[in-house]
Write a protein that binds this ligand. Sequence first.
Ligand SMILES: *[C@@H]1O[C@H](CO)[C@@H](O)[C@H](O)[C@H]1NC(C)=O
Ligand SMILES: *[C@@H]1O[C@H](CO)[C@@H](O)[C@H](O)[C@H]1NC(C)=O
Length: 273
Amino acid sequence: MNASLWCACLAVLSVMVTGETVVNDCQLVGEVEKKTSAVEKDLLARLAPLKHKRFETKVLEGSDTYTYTFVVCGRVTNTSNDGLVQTKAGSKDIAVIGRINETHILNGTDWILLTYKGGDKYDTHCGSEPRKAMVMISCNKNTLAENFMIITEERNKSTECFYLFEMDSSVACPTEVPHLSVGSVLLIVFAVLVAVYIIGGFLYQRFGVGAKGMEQFPNISFWQEFGNLVADGCDLVCRSRPRPRSSDTAYRGVGDDQLGEEPEERDDHLLPM
Ligand SMILES: *[C@@H]1O[C@H](CO)[C@@H](O)[C@H](O)[C@H]1NC(C)=O
Ligand SMILES: *[C@@H]1O[C@H](CO)[C@@H](O)[C@H](O)[C@H]1NC(C)=O
């Protein structure tokens, strides 16, 4: 027998000995009978960006600190499909709260609830049923995943107890179909037309007519005239005080001339005031 066959045999044997089926991902109810829910499968696909990410939260209860470790569709330690685990500081006690081979998942408009069942059994509480972890993932557009926290541990019921956690993530946000309003479509069309007009006109003026400098701008004389008309119109409509008298303009003209000739001495002109 060659080496690879040996390896395969050993793998099969070890699975038979430990009695553990190898699970590499969240497993939904009905996977064996091929009767899984299509919605659950869809939702698991949405969690894909978080897959195998690990989160931790600490909580103080009395004098004990508990740490909860959560892995999205992966194992915390490398055994027994443990997807959410509780450890107690300064102690070797480990309790598996939920396992990824018993995953359930459901959603609403802006949240996804991921449940791992099949955790370690309670000693006395809750009719000694297996523990169960529920992680409420709420929509937060600004983060892929953060704020993993425990909300509560319910273990005072006779059955159906649970550990409830929460987390923020963008994967829980409703998928938006981007749509443009009529106004923005019109604006874009207008901007494109203006760009085509300017670029096309520029190319025509430059290469068709052979214009230089400002003359390359399409219909330059029209637009200059148009600009003057607009300025006149605005002058008429917007001005609240009469136009500055022509003597003011003349005075300013003199000043401008001087500035033009001796720009360095501008300060000297102002200083006496
Ligand atoms: C899940 O995995 C655990 C540990 O490997 C095993 O004991 C349990 O039977 C499995 N549950 C299911 C539903 O396969
Ligand atoms: C739940 O998730 C599914 C799959 O992604 C989606 O099609 C559906 O619209 C979601 N339900 C709600 C209420 O948003």
